[in-house]
Design a protein around this ligand. Structure first.
Ligand SMILES: *Cc1c(COP(=O)(O)O)cnc(C)c1O
Length: 385
């Protein structure tokens, strides 16, 4: 099915990209793992090879993401960070400058600070919630602008259309990490962003059992991203591409449930006397709720909140939860909770965390597909203690 067919995202999740098995009549894309391919073969001008991103199983997963993001091309990789590295290294070289959103995923932050100096790439971390700062920080050699929205763990929201416009004026390629929103809730390319990256490990695969990533783009950037993929070699293998395509079939269904649960839990928490503050883009009190309401079709399942109490009381609360385990990662079918202070932001000093707005009682909740009543009941019993 072509990605230009006007079908709903629920239908695209099930059908787009899937390559039925002609030999057996099987409807499911077979798991292609061959590293050796006949050559010459029929009308092919190049032999198939997994690192070249030619396996039908890889193309099935990638084409599903193409359809969902409204993209022209997509490449699937062995982790989200592999896709992020491919997107950055495709468009930056020694002597260039990049503008990076200040509150981004810790692994991306670390990649930039550890690798860019070695490569001679200059960068500035900028608060993208005020796009005028982006223009102020631009230099003549600024080649790339990197955004993430909603962001981790405070669920900050950035106006992607404004970021894309500023990047165009600057003459830079714009990249957006769409992991938290997924294409079901937000399509950055339709807002003018050039490149979308995903940690497919989270919602796209969706079952907490697969490490993968994806980069989706317009035709103009496809060749460069493919070249970087082939040269650095992080292409997703056929077995895992199969799992990614399988997970994607239920993405729209899962996200609808996750958005409903996320809103229900955020509302319940924000009304609870022992909760000091809830960060969720779907709440009218969120600082950028109006931007989220404009550019998102659902507010997702990620939220964070602060307990009114001490760090020890917050930890005791988390320990009393029986349904929701304390665990890192997010975006799976099961609800998970963690303390950013102890996980994603553990490397920061207490002063740096305070400056970033990450308090000792801040907890991040990834709301799963369980029954909302059960998630709320678990939070409720643990708050009573
Ligand atoms: C997890 C995550 C990543 C990194 O993805 P991996 O699959 O772990 O490499 C990047 N961005 C965001 C927003 C994430 O949550």
């Amino acid at each position: 099915m072509s990605s230009t067919t006007k079908r709903g995202q629920g239908t695209l999740c099930v059908h787009a990209g899937t390559r039925p098995d002609e030999a057996s009549g099987g409807l499911v894309t077979p798991i292609h793992v061959s590293t050796a391919h006949r050559f010459p073969h029929k009308e092919l001008t190049e032999a198939g090879y997994p690192r070249y991103h030619t396996l039908p199983t890889q193309l099935a997963a990638a084409d599903k993401i193409v359809a969902l993001e409204g993209a022209d091309a997509c490449f699937v990789h062995s982790s989200g960070l592999a896709s992020i590295a491919v997107s950055l290294l495709s468009f930056l070289r020694s002597g260039d400058h990049a503008l990076i959103q200040a509150d981004i995923y810790g692994g991306t932050h670390h990649f930039v600070t550890a690798e860019f100096p070695r490569l001679g790439i200059a960068f500035d971390f900028v608060d993208f919630s005020d796009v005028s700062r982006l223009r102020e920080a631009a230099r003549p050699n600024t080649r790339l602008v990197y955004a993430e929205t909603p962001s981790n763990p405070l669920l900050g929201v950035v106006d992607l259309a404004a970021v894309a416009e500023a990047a165009r004026e600057i003459g830079a390629v714009s990249v957006c990490d769409n992991t938290f929103a997924t294409p079901i809730c937000q399509q950055p390319l339709s807002l003018g962003i050039d490149i979308v990256v995903h940690s497919g490990t989270k919602y796209l695969a969706g079952h907490s059992d697969l490490n993968c990533g994806a980069v989706a783009c317009r035709a103009a950037h496809a060749e460069r991203l493919h070249e970087t993929t082939v040269n650095y070699g992080p292409t997703l293998n056929g077995m895992d591409a199969f799992l990614l395509e399988r997970g994607l079939k239920t993405l729209a269904l899962r996200m609808r449930r996750i958005c409903d649960n996320g809103l229900a839990v955020a509302r319940w928490l924000s009304a609870h006397p022992r909760i000091r503050h809830v960060n969720y883009p779907g709440l009218p009190g969120h600082r950028n709720h109006h931007v989220a309401a404009r550019q998102m079709r659902g507010f997702g399942g990620m939220l964070s909140f602060e307990l009114d109490g001490t760090a020890a009381q917050a930890e005791a609360f988390a320990a009393r939860l029986t349904l929701i385990p304390q665990a890192v990662s997010l975006g799976g079918v099961e609800s998970l909770i963690c303390f950013p202070r102890l996980t994603s932001h553990a490397k920061m000093t207490a002063a740096e965390r305070a400056a970033a707005g990450i308090s000792d009682t801040l907890m991040r909740l990834s709301v799963g597909i369980e029954d909302a009543d059960d998630i709320i009941a678990d939070l409720s019993q643990a708050l009573v203690g």
